[in-house]
Design a protein around this ligand. Structure first.
Ligand code: SAM
Length: 379
């Protein structure tokens, strides 16, 4: 990899010493104006010692993403050996499921690159153009290493042309099935959100599938394709309501994620309004609330937290005595401490026990912003 040298300010040196993988635009000197997106920079201190290597992105808030700390530059062999270590960490998960995240971006030391595996299909997502070529290289290595039949390159929703997909290898499967413990999960790779499904909710699906929900009623709010509902059904639930604004996601749940269709009710609605019309006599043993992120910048955080708290207050009266309420938050903008505070304030007086579900090994948390998913069970 060809590198260009760049002497960083003292404050950047401190950031690098703490091992943080992002350098913001506001921390750069005017000397950085000569660089192009995708340039690999050798970041030096005032004594001309190289501290780290990073990929430059022009006109972006995160201007440099660190690919390697230390003096020696990154090369193809180094990338491959790092990838091998990454895959080794996933060995245990592969005994449980055919669907896992092989590369989890910065958390695994591969900035801006995510690679999900669904049985024989791999899905690459690159979050900024400057990491496209690294991402494609890693996808090529993974295709061979994991003997994938298909590799898709899908633009994440935050990129300018979200949803655009390209086939890098093989042919595009409309729906890819994967085993996950006792569940058979269908993944809508072309039309689906994220890389096709929410792999990061595996810990919650596992938790639900292990409960004794025989004869229980479950309200699954923000259900997407209904994989949490399916986990509840496997655990014995007798009635499951999947509620989401996306008719397509609900149709997909109905087609793929129900063992006994008679147990299901599908509601296409804006949940923030719909909860107001839920009749008081409708009571559930389990209520799941997994809203979308709602806070792409810091200014939106108070509004999102208010909306979360409002929903909890509205649905709590619909929880039966000894019931369980599960609340999730999927944005790193909202800190774990803040989300805990809001969830506890809304729920703890009725449901005093709180359990936090940990992230799985294929979703490591490598830096503060990497702690995006919070999943709490109140009972
Ligand atoms: C984080 S995802 C939920 C993932 C889901 N729990 C699962 O098991 O895969 C958020 C979901 O909220 C839905 N959504 C967004 N805004 C909504 C609204 N106002 N009312 C209902 N659903 C909404 C989206 O369609 C998306 O499926």
């Amino acid at each position: 990899m060809k590198t260009r040298r760049y002497q960083v300010k003292k404050e950047v040196e401190t950031i690098l010493k703490h091992g943080h993988p992002w350098i913001f635009k506001s921390h750069l000197s005017s000397a950085s104006s000569v660089f192009k997106s995708g340039d690999c920079l050798a970041l030096m201190n005032a004594a001309n010692e190289v501290l780290a290597y990073g990929i430059f992105e022009k006109d972006a808030l995160i201007a440099i993403r660190i690919i390697k700390f230390g003096k020696t530059p990154p090369d193809a062999e180094w990338l491959k050996s790092k990838l091998k270590k990454c895959l080794l960490k996933r060995e245990n998960i592969k005994n449980f499921t055919e669907g896992y995240r092989a590369i989890h971006g910065e958390n695994d030391g591969f900035p801006g690159v995510v690679f999900d595996v669904y049985h024989k299909t791999g899905v690459l997502q690159t979050y900024v153009p400057s990491v496209d070529s690294i991402g494609r290289y890693l996808a090529k290595v993974l295709q061979k290493e994991l003997q994938l039949e298909t590799v898709i390159w899908k633009a994440p929703s935050r990129r300018k042309k979200p949803g655009v997909t390209r086939i890098l290898y093989g042919s595009h499967p409309k729906v890819q099935w994967m085993r996950e413990g006792k569940l058979k999960v269908a993944v809508d790779i072309g039309e689906g959100q994220k890389s096709g499904t929410f792999l990061d909710l595996r810990g919650l699906r596992k938790f639900l599938a292990l409960q004794n929900l025989k004869g229980k009623r479950v309200l699954n709010l923000f259900s997407y394709t209904g994989t949490l509902g399916l986990a509840a059904e496997v655990a014995g639930a007798s009635e499951i309501w999947n509620v989401d604004i996306s008719k397509g996601a609900l149709k997909f749940s109905e087609t793929h994620h129900s063992l006994d269709k008679k147990k299901y009710r599908y509601v296409a609605a804006d949940i923030f309004h719909w909860v107001e019309s839920l009749p008081p006599f409708e009571k559930f043993d389990v209520i799941i609330v997994d809203p979308p992120s709602m806070a792409s910048d810091a200014k939106q955080v108070p509004v999102a937290l208010k909306a979360y708290a409002k929903i909890y207050r509205r649905v709590l009266p619909h929880l039966k005595h000894k019931g369980m309420m599960i609340v999730c938050c999927c944005t790193s903008r909202i800190s774990r401490a803040k989300f805990t505070e809001v969830a506890k304030k809304s729920l703890s007086s009725t449901l005093p026990k709180m359990k936090s579900l940990p992230s799985e090994d294929d979703h490591p948390v490598g830096f503060p912003e990497g702690d995006y998913l919070k999943m709490f069970v109140f009972s």
